[in-house]
Design a protein around this ligand. Structure first.
Ligand code: FES
Ligand code: FES
Length: 159
């Protein structure tokens, strides 16, 4: 077995320190902490199922080595609610029925958070383009676009 390496980082607002195997990817690190919203599917950076925010930037957890989060801030889908209340994005995905099996949903939700933080009023084309790296095998795409638009509206109302 290879040597472990100790890393320190902020995980969903809490400081953490853990000894990991150097080959672990970010998804393996999160599963170690019981956070299973990000999962490994294609394992090649092609589907978006493993999306995680590192220092507020979306990364593919399947390709991102866990040692790289040393000193950084990780945000997962489990931390998007606001004090127990669903975020506007989470609420909108539920209201629009923007998922069937839900496997891809955490990735879409995180990417939508990032999109609306950068562009609070995206057009349909901008939404499709921004989410083009996330695949939904259930083909819930029309509902997902509707959910993003509703989320934008809910966010505006909340301001
Ligand atoms: S599992 Fe990481 S992009 Fe598909
Ligand atoms: S809801 Fe099933 S893969 Fe997207």
């Amino acid at each position: 077995m290879s040597e472990t390496r100790t890393i320190r980082f902020t995980l969903n607002g809490r400081s953490e320190s853990v000894a990991i195997q150097p080959h672990w990817n970010l998804v393996e690190l999160l599963h170690h902490f019981g956070l299973t919203g990000a999962r490994e599917s294609c394992g090649q950076g092609l589907c978006g199922v493993c999306t995680v925010l590192v220092d507020d930037v979306a990364v593919s957890g399947c390709l991102y080595l866990a040692v790289r989060v040393d000193g950084k801030k990780i945000t997962t889908v489990e931390h998007l609610d606001e004090g127990g209340t669903l975020s506007p994005v989470q609420q909108a995905f539920i209201e629009c029925g923007a998922f069937q099996c839900g496997f891809c949903t955490p990735g879409f939700v995180l990417m939508t958070h990032q999109l609306l933080a950068r562009n609070p009023d995206p057009s349909d084309d901008e939404i499709r383009h921004y989410l083009s790296g996330n695949l939904c095998r259930c083909a819930a795409y029309p509902e997902i676009v509707e959910a993003v638009k509703l989320a934008a509206k809910l966010q505006k109302q909340a301001r």
